[in-house]
Design a protein around this ligand. Structure first.
Ligand SMILES: [Zn+2]
Length: 82
């Protein structure tokens, strides 16, 4: 079993949200973090900001491309069918 397979079975990892997005934590020019998708009715789908309504964890990722990539990786790994 690979290290990734072992981690996927960890209860603390399985408890993490399934849908992630790149977000704007400190500035709004480019994404600088990732966070779970917010399900609040007043939070519009395309709004990448982080508000009080948004679930934790918000993770700062200083590289905008890495933030997009990490969110896409998490969504692919934890997506529908798992
Ligand atoms: Zn929100």
């Amino acid at each position: 079993m690979s290290a990734l397979d072992r981690l996927r079975r960890e209860p603390s990892i399985q408890a993490l949200p399934n849908r992630w997005r790149a977000v704007y934590v400190e500035q709004d020019a480019e994404p600088d973090g990732i966070a779970p998708v917010c399900s609040d009715d007043d939070h519009e789908d395309g709004d990448g900001s982080v508000y009080d309504c948004c679930p934790e964890p918000v993770i700062e990722v200083p590289d905008p491309h890495l933030a997009e990539y990490l969110a896409a990786l998490l969504n692919a790994d934890r997506g529908e069918g798992r």
